[in-house]
Design a protein around this ligand. Structure first.
Ligand SMILES: [Zn+2]
Ligand SMILES: [Zn+2]
Ligand SMILES: [Zn+2]
Length: 136
């Protein structure tokens, strides 16, 4: 006997509750892996609290926690949003949890911030040197 599957009606009913305050429409795709938030990032098998969503604050870009972690782990990211190149900060939302990964995210963001401040100081010093040479 030959069985033909005509239609597969396994529609996931699970959905992220994206409550975006006044700022308007939330992007429904992760800016890094381009997978909708109903799905998981490429490192996870199942959607849900194990793969939380990180909402950008200051910009409107949203990412899977795991995706933004991978991005910020690279020095070249400079702690900037991969979409708009603003300094990336995230909204602290209720029930966000206090996982080790969230802690890592905070550490990475602060690390980049410190690195940027150091760079700014060096740049100021460089321009000071240029000024001295110019008046020679
Ligand atoms: Zn992602
Ligand atoms: Zn994930
Ligand atoms: Zn952004």
């Amino acid at each position: 006997m030959k069985v033909q599957v005509l239609e597969w009606n396994a529609v996931a009913s699970w959905h992220w509750d994206l409550k975006v305050d006044d700022s308007g429409v939330a992007d429904e795709l992760c800016g890094i892996c381009r997978v909708p938030f109903d799905g998981t990032c490429p490192s996870c098998k199942y959607p849900g609290t194990d793969c939380p969503l990180i909402l950008g604050d200051g910009c409107t870009h949203n990412f899977h926690l795991h995706c933004i972690l991978k991005w910020l782990e690279q020095d070249t990211s400079k702690g900037l949003c991969p979409m708009c190149r603003q300094v990336f900060v995230y909204k602290r939302i209720k029930n966000m949890g206090t996982s080790e990964e969230l802690h890592n995210l905070q550490v990475l963001i602060e690390g980049h911030k410190a690195m940027r401040e150091r760079e700014n100081e060096e740049n100021e010093f460089d321009s000071f040197e240029d000024d001295v040479r110019m008046t020679d």
